[in-house]
Design a protein around this ligand. Structure first.
Ligand code: NAD
Length: 335
């Protein structure tokens, strides 16, 4: 009998690329990988996979994606770090077309299970004003006051998934990721997030001999960061779960300030840099951390790869990319 087809949308990007790699490692033989970007810009692309370059904002493309699919993972979105999402709110919200059309096509095609990659940016901003924040619990998304643009799209798409389940019986699974980092992701070009941006800046400072670094905000804002291997494992555990029928946190509880993040990267690089703080730069909320109480209860597991361990691997990969002058991060206008 032919194996069930698994579809990964956004497979040319960071998390989607790692998910395809892991599905292959587990021995899956029928995988369809889809991304808007031309193939030479995908971070990871594998032989033996049905690789397609499609614009999933379009319903016909979503129908092609969903055709014959058993499970669909939706990781396609027009997104980036704070520098991107604070300045591209309309573009971020246009991703609503991707998830909406994918849900419609999945229902038409009789897909068995649909996964949506949501974000901690759905959480109410008023609950994230203190850097000493205790973790955000799932119920903290309401009353709704998410990150403008990007967060509203995520919250709306979460609810679309819920209503597709309630009204049409489509089985959906949703995780709210908290800052994922690792190799094979964006590190320059304007869409990069804090861990990759800091690695790049530290490497540049070390190479140039100009031992200084610009930090966005006061450096006192706090976050937690989840290494990609934990993300890929947790994503699939949530997808397979029979009981996680609601959006759930998928993140690390290891909270650090941005200054502490810089400390770790400096120590990996073996340098000490003079810090300049740009208080006008996009910095996001003052404090954000994941509360994994529900995740632990549901899965008996939570992300546990220490930040230092994950950053060592990320730093090494970015270092190699910068030394070889290879970057897939030329600014892409997806509009
Ligand atoms: P990414 O930007 O590396 O990957 C997203 C991919 O989607 C890109 O390769 C992009 O080309 C593709 N895409 C965009 N528009 C498309 C379209 N119209 N049709 C087809 N493909 C399209 O981002 P990522 O870090 O891998 O994130 C994956 C998902 O996880 C996204 O939904 C993101 O919002 C969510 N998420 C990520 C993080 C994180 O820290 N990385 C945190 C929270 C949520």
């Amino acid at each position: 009998m032919e194996e069930n087809l698994i579809v990964v949308c956004g497979a040319g990007g960071f998390i989607g690329g790692h998910l395809v790699a892991d599905l292959l490692r587990q021995g899956h033989t029928r995988i369809r990988a889809i991304d808007l970007k031309p193939f030479d810009r995908w971070y990871q692309r594998f032989p033996g996979v049905e690789n397609l370059s499609l614009d999933l904002r379009e319903l016909p493309a979503c129908r092609q994606a969903a055709n014959d699919a058993f499970w669909i993972y939706n990781h396609a979105a027009d997104m980036g770090g704070m520098g991107f999402i604070e300045k591209n709110k309309a573009l971020c919200m246009m991703s609503v077309l991707i998830n909406t059309h994918l849900l419609k096509a999945a229902r038409e095609a009789g897909v068995q299970r649909f996964y949506y990659a949501s974000s901690a940016c759905v959480y109410n901003g008023a609950k994230q004003t203190d850097p000493n924040i205790t973790g955000l619990k799932e119920e903290d998304a309401y009353p709704a006051m998410p990150e403008d643009g990007y967060g509203w799209e995520k919250l709306f798409s979460e609810r679309m998934c819920r209503h597709y389940t309630e009204d049409f019986g489509l089985v959906t699974r949703l995780a709210r990721y908290h800052n994922v980092y690792g190799p094979n992701g964006t590190f320059d070009g304007g869409r990069e997030k804090a861990p990759a941006a800091i690695c790049r800046k530290v490497i540049s400072a070390k190479r140039s001999g100009r031992h200084e670094i610009e930090i966005w905000g006061s450096g006192e804002q706090t976050r937690s960061f989840m290494y990609i291997d934990d993300c890929v494992y947790g994503t699939q555990a949530i997808m397979r779960s029979e009981d996680i029928t609601f959006p759930i946190n998928l993140g690390s509880e290891e909270k650090v300030s941005i200054n502490q993040l810089v400390d770790i990267v400096e120590s990996i690089a073996g340098v000490k840099l003079e810090r300049r703080y740009d208080l006008t730069a996009p910095k996001g909320v003052n404090g954000r951390n994941s509360d994994n109480t529900l995740l632990r209860k549901m899965l008996g597991w939570e992300p546990s790869i220490p930040l230092r361990t994950g950053l060592e691997k990320t730093y090494a990969w970015i270092y190699d990319q910068m030394m070889s002058g290879s970057s897939k991060d030329a600014v892409v206008n997806l509009s």
